[in-house]
Design a protein. Structure first.
Length: 202
Protein backbone atom coordinates (compact mmCIF):
# COMPACT_ATOMS: atom_id res chain seq x y z
CA UNK A 1 0.00 0.00 0.00
CA UNK A 2 2.77 2.39 0.91
CA UNK A 3 4.54 1.54 -2.36
CA UNK A 4 1.39 2.35 -4.38
CA UNK A 5 0.99 5.61 -2.52
CA UNK A 6 4.62 6.50 -3.26
CA UNK A 7 4.17 5.71 -6.96
CA UNK A 8 1.02 7.85 -7.06
CA UNK A 9 2.80 10.79 -5.45
CA UNK A 10 5.69 10.43 -7.91
CA UNK A 11 3.29 10.37 -10.86
CA UNK A 12 1.52 13.47 -9.59
CA UNK A 13 4.85 15.28 -9.33
CA UNK A 14 5.79 14.25 -12.86
CA UNK A 15 2.48 15.50 -14.20
CA UNK A 16 2.95 18.82 -12.41
CA UNK A 17 6.48 19.17 -13.78
CA UNK A 18 5.31 18.42 -17.33
CA UNK A 19 2.45 20.91 -17.06
CA UNK A 20 4.70 23.63 -15.67
CA UNK A 21 7.23 22.99 -18.45
CA UNK A 22 4.49 23.21 -21.06
CA UNK A 23 3.13 26.44 -19.62
CA UNK A 24 6.61 27.91 -19.47
CA UNK A 25 7.35 27.02 -23.10
CA UNK A 26 3.96 28.32 -24.18
CA UNK A 27 4.60 31.56 -22.31
CA UNK A 28 7.93 32.03 -24.09
CA UNK A 29 6.29 31.26 -27.44
CA UNK A 30 3.55 33.83 -26.81
CA UNK A 31 6.18 36.37 -25.80
CA UNK A 32 8.10 35.80 -29.05
CA UNK A 33 4.90 36.14 -31.09
CA UNK A 34 4.15 39.48 -29.43
CA UNK A 35 7.72 40.68 -30.08
CA UNK A 36 7.60 39.73 -33.75
CA UNK A 37 4.15 41.29 -34.15
CA UNK A 38 5.44 44.53 -32.63
CA UNK A 39 8.49 44.39 -34.92
CA UNK A 40 6.33 43.88 -37.99
CA UNK A 41 4.10 46.78 -36.95
CA UNK A 42 7.13 49.06 -36.60
CA UNK A 43 8.60 48.01 -39.96
CA UNK A 44 5.22 48.53 -41.63
CA UNK A 45 4.98 51.97 -40.04
CA UNK A 46 8.37 53.11 -41.32
CA UNK A 47 7.84 51.68 -44.80
CA UNK A 48 4.49 53.40 -45.02
CA UNK A 49 5.95 56.73 -43.89
CA UNK A 50 8.69 56.47 -46.53
CA UNK A 51 6.13 55.70 -49.23
CA UNK A 52 3.81 58.55 -48.25
CA UNK A 53 6.58 61.14 -48.00
CA UNK A 54 8.07 59.97 -51.29
CA UNK A 55 4.75 60.78 -52.97
CA UNK A 56 3.94 64.10 -51.32
CA UNK A 57 7.16 65.62 -49.96
CA UNK A 58 10.80 66.18 -50.85
CA UNK A 59 13.63 63.65 -50.52
CA UNK A 60 14.64 65.12 -47.13
CA UNK A 61 11.73 63.34 -45.45
CA UNK A 62 12.56 60.09 -47.24
CA UNK A 63 16.07 60.21 -45.79
CA UNK A 64 14.74 60.85 -42.29
CA UNK A 65 12.33 57.90 -42.38
CA UNK A 66 14.89 55.67 -44.06
CA UNK A 67 17.30 56.41 -41.22
CA UNK A 68 14.63 55.50 -38.70
CA UNK A 69 13.88 52.21 -40.46
CA UNK A 70 17.57 51.47 -40.96
CA UNK A 71 18.49 52.06 -37.32
CA UNK A 72 15.44 50.20 -36.02
CA UNK A 73 16.06 47.13 -38.21
CA UNK A 74 19.79 47.08 -37.48
CA UNK A 75 19.14 47.20 -33.73
CA UNK A 76 16.37 44.60 -33.99
CA UNK A 77 18.61 42.16 -35.87
CA UNK A 78 21.45 42.65 -33.39
CA UNK A 79 19.37 42.30 -30.23
CA UNK A 80 16.77 39.68 -31.24
CA UNK A 81 18.64 36.58 -32.53
CA UNK A 82 15.40 34.75 -33.38
CA UNK A 83 14.73 37.27 -36.17
CA UNK A 84 17.36 35.47 -38.26
CA UNK A 85 14.80 32.70 -38.87
CA UNK A 86 11.62 34.74 -38.57
CA UNK A 87 9.45 34.72 -41.73
CA UNK A 88 7.89 38.17 -41.20
CA UNK A 89 4.69 37.00 -42.88
CA UNK A 90 2.52 39.89 -41.68
CA UNK A 91 4.21 42.77 -43.43
CA UNK A 92 1.55 44.89 -45.11
CA UNK A 93 3.68 45.34 -48.22
CA UNK A 94 6.32 42.58 -48.24
CA UNK A 95 7.40 43.62 -51.74
CA UNK A 96 8.80 46.82 -50.21
CA UNK A 97 11.24 44.90 -48.02
CA UNK A 98 13.14 42.09 -49.71
CA UNK A 99 14.29 39.41 -47.25
CA UNK A 100 16.43 36.56 -48.57
CA UNK A 101 17.68 33.76 -46.31
CA UNK A 102 20.28 31.04 -46.83
CA UNK A 103 19.34 27.35 -46.82
CA UNK A 104 21.21 26.79 -43.56
CA UNK A 105 19.38 29.74 -41.89
CA UNK A 106 22.69 31.36 -40.90
CA UNK A 107 22.80 34.25 -43.37
CA UNK A 108 20.15 36.76 -44.36
CA UNK A 109 19.94 40.03 -46.30
CA UNK A 110 17.29 42.71 -45.88
CA UNK A 111 17.08 45.31 -48.65
CA UNK A 112 14.60 48.02 -49.56
CA UNK A 113 14.13 51.01 -51.83
CA UNK A 114 14.95 53.98 -49.60
CA UNK A 115 13.06 56.38 -51.89
CA UNK A 116 16.08 58.68 -52.27
CA UNK A 117 16.35 58.03 -55.98
CA UNK A 118 14.15 58.89 -58.93
CA UNK A 119 14.06 56.65 -61.98
CA UNK A 120 17.52 55.59 -60.79
CA UNK A 121 16.59 53.77 -57.59
CA UNK A 122 18.64 53.79 -54.40
CA UNK A 123 18.58 50.94 -51.89
CA UNK A 124 19.58 50.28 -48.29
CA UNK A 125 20.67 46.81 -47.14
CA UNK A 126 21.55 44.97 -43.94
CA UNK A 127 23.23 41.58 -43.52
CA UNK A 128 22.27 39.42 -40.54
CA UNK A 129 24.33 36.32 -39.82
CA UNK A 130 25.21 33.72 -37.22
CA UNK A 131 28.75 33.86 -35.86
CA UNK A 132 29.25 30.93 -33.53
CA UNK A 133 26.51 31.15 -30.90
CA UNK A 134 25.79 34.81 -31.61
CA UNK A 135 23.68 36.57 -34.23
CA UNK A 136 25.01 39.83 -35.66
CA UNK A 137 23.87 42.43 -38.15
CA UNK A 138 25.98 44.82 -40.21
CA UNK A 139 25.51 47.42 -42.91
CA UNK A 140 25.85 46.10 -46.43
CA UNK A 141 27.53 48.31 -48.99
CA UNK A 142 30.26 47.76 -51.56
CA UNK A 143 32.67 50.56 -50.79
CA UNK A 144 33.77 51.16 -47.18
CA UNK A 145 33.95 54.91 -47.90
CA UNK A 146 30.24 55.16 -48.66
CA UNK A 147 27.71 56.43 -46.17
CA UNK A 148 25.19 53.56 -45.88
CA UNK A 149 22.34 55.92 -45.02
CA UNK A 150 22.82 58.65 -47.62
CA UNK A 151 25.12 57.54 -50.43
CA UNK A 152 23.71 54.05 -50.67
CA UNK A 153 24.59 51.52 -53.38
CA UNK A 154 22.23 50.79 -56.23
CA UNK A 155 21.59 47.15 -55.44
CA UNK A 156 18.78 45.21 -53.86
CA UNK A 157 18.95 41.47 -53.26
CA UNK A 158 16.32 39.15 -54.73
CA UNK A 159 17.70 35.63 -54.19
CA UNK A 160 20.27 33.85 -52.04
CA UNK A 161 21.94 30.52 -52.78
CA UNK A 162 24.03 28.39 -50.44
CA UNK A 163 26.91 26.28 -51.77
CA UNK A 164 29.68 24.18 -50.26
CA UNK A 165 33.21 24.34 -51.68
CA UNK A 166 35.54 21.35 -52.00
CA UNK A 167 37.19 22.60 -48.82
CA UNK A 168 33.80 22.31 -47.05
CA UNK A 169 33.45 26.08 -46.79
CA UNK A 170 29.98 27.61 -47.02
CA UNK A 171 29.60 30.37 -49.59
CA UNK A 172 26.50 32.53 -49.89
CA UNK A 173 25.69 33.74 -53.41
CA UNK A 174 23.37 36.75 -53.36
CA UNK A 175 21.66 37.79 -56.60
CA UNK A 176 21.73 41.57 -56.69
CA UNK A 177 19.91 43.89 -59.06
CA UNK A 178 20.14 47.58 -59.86
CA UNK A 179 17.68 49.97 -61.49
CA UNK A 180 19.49 52.86 -63.18
CA UNK A 181 16.50 54.22 -65.10
CA UNK A 182 13.15 53.14 -66.47
CA UNK A 183 15.08 51.32 -69.23
CA UNK A 184 18.44 50.39 -67.71
CA UNK A 185 18.81 47.57 -65.21
CA UNK A 186 21.74 45.44 -64.08
CA UNK A 187 22.12 42.08 -62.35
CA UNK A 188 25.09 40.43 -60.64
CA UNK A 189 26.23 37.99 -57.97
CA UNK A 190 27.82 38.86 -54.63
CA UNK A 191 29.64 36.00 -52.90
CA UNK A 192 30.13 36.11 -49.13
CA UNK A 193 31.40 33.83 -46.37
CA UNK A 194 31.21 33.93 -42.59
CA UNK A 195 34.77 34.03 -41.31
CA UNK A 196 34.83 33.86 -37.52
CA UNK A 197 32.83 36.87 -36.33
CA UNK A 198 32.84 38.74 -39.63
CA UNK A 199 31.43 38.51 -43.13
CA UNK A 200 33.94 38.48 -45.97
CA UNK A 201 33.48 39.08 -49.70
CA UNK A 202 34.74 36.11 -51.65
Amino acid sequence: MKRLKLVWITLKRLVIIVLLSFLSLNSFAQSDIKKFKAAEDSINYYLNKMSVHSTYFSGEYDTIWNKKLFNYLLNLCNTQPATLKEKFENLIAPEKLDIVTSDDKKFRIYSWDNMNGGTAHSFSSIIQYQAGNKVKAITLYDDATENPLIDTPEYFYSNLYTIKTNANKTVYLAVRKAIFSSKDVSMGIQASTIDGNTVQDT
